[in-house]
Design a protein around this ligand. Structure first.
Ligand SMILES: [Zn+2]
Length: 214
């Protein structure tokens, strides 16, 4: 699997372009905005078909490119966590309204909940529900690669003070990720990539002892 990244939009959101080399299938994770930079990156990946547009959660800085991207690639399946699908319909839920941004309402093609799996070529993708940043936040596991959205960042975690955020849920979600078996390369929604083992050692939100101090 080949992962490339473009940083898009007003708050530097990581948008990932994934190529499954055996099948030639592609996926885009969190298209923040629809720009020629995104289209060029899709083109440059060498994918023969965009199979999925996968959303880690429903905030506007992760979803505002979806409507136009789906229009250009109508066969792509738009995937989001069930509790965040409402964000695709509601500019209040996606926070687009707070930022004065236009949002075209749409539905997902596929909603996922904890433990759901789907195939991307030969790869079984697993959805792990990680509420806290938003109720419908999902971390997606592609073999040993994790797309963690705004749940797990390098050395920290996502905000819980935004609309629909919940600190106690974030606590549980970060602990849940820490207990996954094995190591993962972690690609977050903002900032640098990391690994789960490195976060287990250094991330204060994953090291349980720190939580007693909050
Ligand atoms: Zn967010």
């Amino acid at each position: 699997m080949k992962v490339s990244k473009v940083v898009l939009g007003p708050v530097d959101t990581n948008c990932y372009i994934v190529l499954e080399e055996q099948s030639g299938l592609g996926a885009v994770i969190d298209p923040s905005v629809y720009t020629t930079e995104l289209l060029d990156a899709i083109e440059a990946s060498g994918m023969t078909k965009l199979q999925y547009i996968i959303l880690t959660h429903g905030h506007s800085d992760h979803i505002l490119g979806v409507y136009d991207l789906k229009k250009k690639y109508p066969d792509a399946t738009v995937v989001i966590g069930d509790d965040d699908e409402i964000c695709l319909m509601s500019a209040a839920c996606s926070l687009a309204a707070d930022l004065g941004l236009e949002q075209q309402p749409m539905h997902a093609d596929k909603v996922v909940k904890d433990g759901d799996t789907f195939f991307f070529g030969p790869i079984e993708v697993k959805a792990v529900s990680t509420p806290g940043h938003t109720p419908g936040s999902i971390c997606y596991l592609f073999d040993n690669i994790m797309f963690s959205g705004d749940t797990l960042f390098c050395r920290t975690c996502g905000r819980t003070d935004l609309f629909r955020g919940n600190l106690a849920d974030m606590h549980e979600s970060i602990q849940k990720l820490g207990k996954l078996a094995g190591d993962f390369i972690v690609y977050p929604g903002h900032g640098p990539s990391t690994t789960l083992d490195s976060e287990r050692k250094t991330n204060r939100f994953m090291r349980k002892i720190e939580w007693s101090l909050l």
